[in-house]
Design a binder for this molecule. Structure first.
Ligand code: COA
Length: 166
């Protein structure tokens, strides 16, 4: 299943027409600082290609979040597990204008439900940099519980959270 619908959004595979939003997100160093930014446009394009490629390789990945009322995507949400990383994670990137609107909660709940109920995963997890307060706040609101503290391949130690189906 590669697309999902929530009250306000269609979660679908990223497409090349989404690139202007990827570019804008990654050229904004403040908006993208916990997501590897700032990045040049060629690097941002590779992120989009990587998100799409993840679906091809693993049969799950990051959805583009398209408002049902129309218009450009507001960001992305989904699951990634790069080779060599210890765990799969729920991940998000939202354009600044879409933050604080409940979008992250709405799409996260749909993604988590899909992971447990459709994919049959035994556990949905996420992790973030210690100083990423918005991501920590989102995980708290989703009912996340710390389950581990561990070193990641990029040399950063992070807390890992389990996420319940709500
Ligand atoms: C992480 C992200 C998806 C969260 O989305 P969001 O719309 O900002 O989330 P919310 O507004 O629901 O905020 C979640 C909670 O975090 C807290 N919070 C939000 N912004 C905060 C800030 N700047 N400082 C401290 N706490 C903050 C609040 O408690 C908030 O809950 P409340 O609105 O009920 O008070 C979004 O900020 C984002 O895209 N960030 C850039 C990419 C990123 O960091 N991805 C995660 C990588 S692990």
């Amino acid at each position: 299943m590669t697309s999902l619908k929530t009250d306000r959004f269609l979660l679908r595979l990223p497409e090349e027409r989404d690139f202007p939003v990827y570019r804008a997100f990654f050229e904004d160093g403040e908006a993208s600082r916990f997501y590897g930014g700032p990045l040049r446009q060629d690097q941002a394009w590779r992120v989009l290609a990587g998100h799409l490629g993840h679906w091809q390789l693993r049969e799950y990945g990051v959805w583009a979040i398209e408002p049902l009322e129309g218009g450009a995507i507001i960001g992305g949400c989904g699951f990634v597990w790069p080779e060599g990383w210890p765990r799969r994670e729920l991940t998000w990137w939202l354009m600044p204008a879409a933050r604080g609107t409940g979008a992250a909660m709405e799409v996260s709940k749909a993604a988590i439900r899909q992971a447990y109920e459709t994919n049959g995963w035994p556990l949905v997890e996420t992790h973030m940099n210690d100083d990423n307060r918005p991501a920590k706040g989102l995980v708290r609101k989703l009912g996340g519980e710390p389950i581990a503290r561990e070193m990641f391949p990029d040399g950063l130690e992070r807390t890992v959270y389990s996420l319940p189906c709500t």
